[in-house]
Design a protein. Sequence first.
Length: 132
Amino acid sequence: IVLEIDPDCLNVLFNMAQALYALGGYDRAIVTYNGVLEIYIQDVNSLFGKAEALRMLGDFEQAKATYEAVLEQDPEHLDALFGKAESLRMLGEDEQALVVFEKISVKEHEFLGAKLVIAESLFKLGKYQEAI
């Protein structure tokens, strides 16, 4: 017997997770994103949403791992790269965060947020000339 999952059901679950996230229900959003991921493991949007919720809860280690799962499926996902870099920064892994922020800057020249964080990270690492 092959069970077919109605794509509309997945969309409803995903939209519910997004709404929970928007309302600050990060724990419940993660549970709901996981529900989508149990059915459709490859859903990059649910993985990314889960990573964002984890980061909002301060679980930077899990967030980093989840952003990496997003990037395995979509290496060009700039928001996941940014989230990973922010998670690394919050974990005190400034050198690694800087590498990721620089990768973002190369991929997206207009990504001003990455450029500002690069300067901040360089300053924090004592590389004042490079920060300027």
